[in-house]
Design a binder for this molecule. Structure first.
Ligand code: SF4
Length: 309
């Protein structure tokens, strides 16, 4: 059966942490409060703190409702996508709708707006909230996450703590490590000390898998990641890797992407446009093909091109 063309839904996509996850994208491409050097979607052209209904909430809910009524099944229903979902001023309405469904909801957020009481209240409607913490002070926040100029690391971390203290659901933490930037044991220890205050259920250590926004964002070797994981409490799990079963649809998309790259090198956006995939789906497929050494990437004229090996 042909899938209807949804504007705000993508997948279900295989996710390293969430099994089969239906993506719900509330925000235009790369509308974010941060511009992380490791961002796999490229640089943020619109770094912003402005909260507004970037997409019509009723239309998003109608699409989810249609997907559910058509027999859609996933392990998680995930607010994620191509920007920071808490910038959408009505993301709580979407989470409220998801609360009544049989599949658990997840909010993937960079956490920078959790210092606002109404953002905390809306975020607390999710079953799982995954926040990110890859810095330990303002300076490291600026190196790694390049925040909007009005964001202050201490206020950001206070927001995370306030959310933790009022949240009855499951809090997960992601720490993104980059060689030569924030992966020295002493620095990771500082992040781990802050992480302890958040009492997360799980901590995931991540590093560069797909080409990042900046060439200087370099992956941390696996042996070093494993040693650093032990600094956290609970010990962190290493997220880099792709060990889940892929659906038939994903396998078909992989084969199509590979056959296109066999003919000519392409950017992520060209692949996305050619197959009508969401940017996150495209990114995951490229990541999988790179890990199997079927393709490689290189930079030309400030663009990352993928080519068949
Ligand atoms: S990694 Fe996430 S938080 Fe960082 S710039 Fe990209 S979308 Fe924004």
């Amino acid at each position: 059966m042909k899938q209807p063309d949804y504007r705000y839904l993508f997948g279900p996509v295989p996710s390293r942490r969430f099994g089969r996850s239906l993506g719900i994208d509330l925000i235009p491409y790369k509308t974010c409060s941060l511009d992380c050097v490791f961002c796999q979607l490229g640089r943020s052209p619109r770094k912003t703190l402005e909260r507004k209904p970037y997409t019509p909430t009723a239309d998003v809910i109608a699409e989810i409702d249609h997907w559910l009524k058509s027999g859609g099944v996933a392990d998680y229903l995930t607010l994620s996508g191509s920007g920071e979902p808490t910038l959408h001023s009505e993301f709580g309405r979407v989470l409220d709708f998801l609360r009544d469904q049989s599949m658990p909801s997840v909010l993937l957020t960079n956490g920078t707006l959790l210092n606002l009481p109404d953002v905390r209240e809306a975020a607390a409607l999710a079953h799982v909230v995954k926040v990110s913490l890859s810095a330990w002070n303002q300076k490291s926040f600026e190196w790694v996450n390049r925040p909007h100029r009005r964001l202050d690391f201490r206020r950001f971390f206070e927001g995370l703590k306030q959310f933790r203290n009022g949240f009855g659901g499951r809090l997960w933490l992601e720490v993104f490590l980059l060689s030569g930037i924030n992966a020295m044991a002493g620095d990771v220890e500082k992040i781990a000390t802050l992480a302890r205050e958040l009492r997360p259920e799980h901590i995931h250590l991540n590093t560069v898998v797909r080409p990042p926004a900046e060439d200087f964002a370099v992956a941390v070797p696996m042996a070093q990641m494993e040693a650093l994981a032990g600094l956290f409490d609970p010990p962190a799990r290493i997220a880099a890797g792709f060990k889940i079963t892929r659906s038939q649809k994903v396998k078909v998309d992989e084969a199509n992407v590979l056959s296109m790259l066999r003919r000519r090198p392409c950017t992520m956006k060209q692949i996305q446009a050619a197959f009508g995939l969401h940017i996150n789906e495209t990114s995951k497929i490229l990541s999988y093909l790179m890990q199997r050494n079927q393709i490689r990437s290189d930079s030309r004229n400030q663009e990352v091109y993928y080519r068949f090996t």
